[in-house]
Design a protein around this ligand. Structure first.
Ligand code: BGC
Length: 345
């Protein structure tokens, strides 16, 4: 499990995102932010309490990162009080490299099986395209493949229940810049809309899903679109000790009044973006690495989750049974501190 994770990209996410913003702020290419007509209604987000099913289908092969989705887990998640799961899927590992880029039928059938389990227990699902590493390296070659993946998924899920939501791309970064991400989202949305005029679609955000990149994004208004970003700040706190992250130190604390104020300032920025772009926002990932003392993880998680709810920002915790876990599959039990931080008043 750890081997697969350690080989993942190193994440200088926030550093790089911040740098990109400060360069663009003083460079010649600065563009004015989009301001939508303030009479456009902001739809209510369709998600309220969501958890990511990480470490399963985001791995090159399910099980390689230590977790395989089980039917009983979906019931457990529902009974705990969640209404939605986000299912990160590495389609790129199961799709042919040559046109017409066929998706392995057995892989699609496995995804369908999990979707049907979710439907049986009345959980909504956000289905995304996750860890498309080659796209981030070489967008020119891989954008057509991603579009073909979406054509296939849009056709396959035509007529699926409204509880299925589609997310265009997870955390574009590196060569998949903000400038490329906006037009990609538009094209993918157009393709999805042909078969799904009313389905909720979530547009992935560049610079690893950073709030700064969301602030610069230029989506068209659509009453069934949610915008998204991921919240792991301070990264040195949330990812301390994580073998795949550039945050090797441990023993970092969080929770001073200043820490809380900075966290809330970020949330207020998200609210301002929502007011400006007139579309609801899902914080599609947030969480703290499992090796951090659980009471520290819980304090950060509860404070943030309450901040989301006070501002009507939809949230999705990362993750269920992976390395930022809320549920321990070895003990077959929720981590009570994390569960409470997410679901109690
Ligand atoms: C990645 C996961 C990772 C998590 C926390 C997600 O975006 O897909 O693999 O565990 O971030 O770093």
């Amino acid at each position: 499990m750890v081997q697969g994770k350690a080989s993942r990209m190193s994440k200088l996410r926030y550093l790089v995102a911040g740098l990109a913003v400060s360069l663009s702020a003083c460079g010649p290419t600065r563009v004015e932010p989009v301001v939508m007509d303030s009479s456009l209604p902001i739809s209510s987000p369709p998600v309220s309490k969501c958890i990511n099913i990480g470490s399963a289908l985001e791995a090159p092969n399910e099980g390689e990162w230590g977790y395989t989705v089980r039917q009983a887990d979906l019931l457990r998640i529902k009974q705990a009080g969640f209404d939605t799961i986000r299912l990160p899927v590495k389609w790129s590992a199961h799709t042919r490299l040559d046109a017409p880029y066929q998706i392995e039928p057995s892989f699609l059938a496995r995804v369908d099986e999990i979707l049907s389990w979710a439907e049986q227990v009345d959980l909504k699902v956000i289905l995304n395209v996750h860890h498309y590493d080659e796209l981030n390296e070489d967008p020119e070659t891989h954008i057509p493949r991603l579009e073909a993946i979406w054509d296939a998924l849009a056709a396959h899920y035509a007529g699926a229940p409204d509880s299925l939501m589609l997310e265009t791309i997870n955390e574009p970064h590196s060569n998949m810049t903000i400038e490329l991400t906006d037009p990609l989202n538009k094209r993918v949305l157009e393709r999805i809309r042909q078969d799904h005029p009313d389905r909720w679609v979530i547009l992935g955000t560049a610079s690893w899903g950073s709030l700064d990149a969301l602030a610069q994004s230029r989506p068209d208004y659509d009453p069934k679109v949610m915008l998204t970003y991921h919240e792991y700040s301070p990264y040195d706190f949330t990812h301390q000790g994580a073998p795949w992250a550039d945050a090797p130190a441990t023993g970092i604390r969080w929770g001073t009044r200043r820490d809380v104020r900075e966290m809330m300032d970020e949330l207020d920025k998200a609210v301002a973006i929502r007011e400006r772009l007139r579309m609801p926002i899902l914080v599609g990932e947030f969480g703290v690495y499992e090796e951090v003392p659980v009471e520290h993880r819980a304090r950060w998680t509860r404070t943030l989750r309450q901040g989301f709810e006070a501002r009507d920002l939809a949230w999705c915790y990362w993750d269920f049974a992976g390395s930022l876990k809320a549920y321990d599959i070895d003990r077959e039990a929720w981590l009570p501190e994390i569960k409470s931080a997410l679901l109690d008043e």
